[in-house]
Design a protein around this ligand. Structure first.
Ligand SMILES: Nc1ncnc2c1ncn2[C@@H]1O[C@H](COP(=O)(O)OP(=O)(O)O)[C@@H](O)[C@H]1O
Ligand SMILES: [Mg+2]
Length: 259
């Protein structure tokens, strides 16, 4: 694939990244070797690709968690990212919450580290609970919630600390279709009001097209970019001909390139 032109304002510049795993034998080939990619600030980038190709590994590297070789790495806002930072928050498929805290307390968890008076903070928590539709569940515990409510709580908690970047690793894959679609709409609504940089891994092609401004298909070993497509010009309508055509193109590509 031809290299795309450099982005005006990248949040991340993955520059010749090679990830190594502690304990992995030297002969084992890493899924990510000499990999480069730019991710724009203030938009939703969706990552697709066959299972095992290295999506989670890449996301962890964007979160500052990966052990990178000295030859390259991840630049975040122009600085080498060497460790996790509070500017970048990661949400996993499941188990993002503290089980011993109520929804409200989970959402408020990061606030002691933020600025503002107690009153202001309390107001922000209530506003966020309303924003994600959890006001009625605020006093419940994670075990009493549905999967969708748990993920909404996780997203709300992440957003409370005003991160610059939200990384999401297959956040809705445990949800049924209807709930998943509601969560996709919520993501778009949150993005519209915060303009936070989102990087979301999903294995659902339709989801990537519906949520993302840009869809990237990864694959191969070592991993490379198989397709990189802007989707803002496509109507956010899952049955529009353009959406279905792109979905088909991506599914065929993933099918033909299983690792
Ligand atoms: N902790 C680890 N130790 C050794 N190898 C790992 C480790 N984590 C991931 N890998 C390797 O990286 C590959 C990609 O894993 P992952 O990033 O989880 O893929 P994906 O999220 O795309 O399904 C795996 O197939 C495995 O070979
Ligand atoms: Mg994964």
């Amino acid at each position: 694939m031809l290299a795309p032109p450099p982005l005006q304002d990248p949040a991340f510049k993955v520059d010749r990244l090679t990830v190594t795993f502690p304990g992995a034998d030297a002969g084992a080939r890493s899924p990510i070797m000499d990999f480069s990619l730019e991710i724009a600030r203030g938009e939703i980038t969706c990552l697709l690709g066959p299972s095992g190709c290295g999506k989670t590994t890449l996301l962890r590297a964007l979160g500052g968690f990966a052990r990178a070789e000295n030859t390259g790495g991840v630049l975040f806002q122009g600085q080498w990212l060497r460790a996790p930072t509070s500017d970048i928050v990661m949400i996993f498929q499941e188990n993002n919450l503290y089980p011993w805290l109520t929804v409200r307390r989970n959402v408020a968890f990061g606030l002691p580290y933020c600025e503002g008076t107690r009153e202001e903070k309390r107001g922000r928590v209530e506003a966020m609970l309303r924003h994600v539709g959890l006001e009625a569940a605020a006093d419940q515990y994670p075990r009493e919630l549905s999967g969708g409510m748990r993920q909404r709580t996780a997203i709300a908690r992440a957003l409370m600390v005003d991160p610059k970047v939200l990384l999401l690793d297959e956040p809705f894959s445990a949800l049924d279709v209807a709930l998943r679609r509601r969560m996709q709409e919520l993501m778009r609504a949150i993005w519209a009001s915060t303009r936070t940089t989102f990087v979301m891994v999903t294995h659902n092609v339709e989801e990537a097209i519906m949520v993302g401004h840009r869809v990237i298909v990864l694959g191969g070993r070592p991993m490379s970019v198989l397709l990189d497509e802007r989707t803002d010009a496509i109507p956010k309508d899952r049955y529009a001909p353009e959406t279905l055509a792109l979905q088909r193109r991506i599914e065929d590509l993933i099918e033909s390139r299983r690792v």
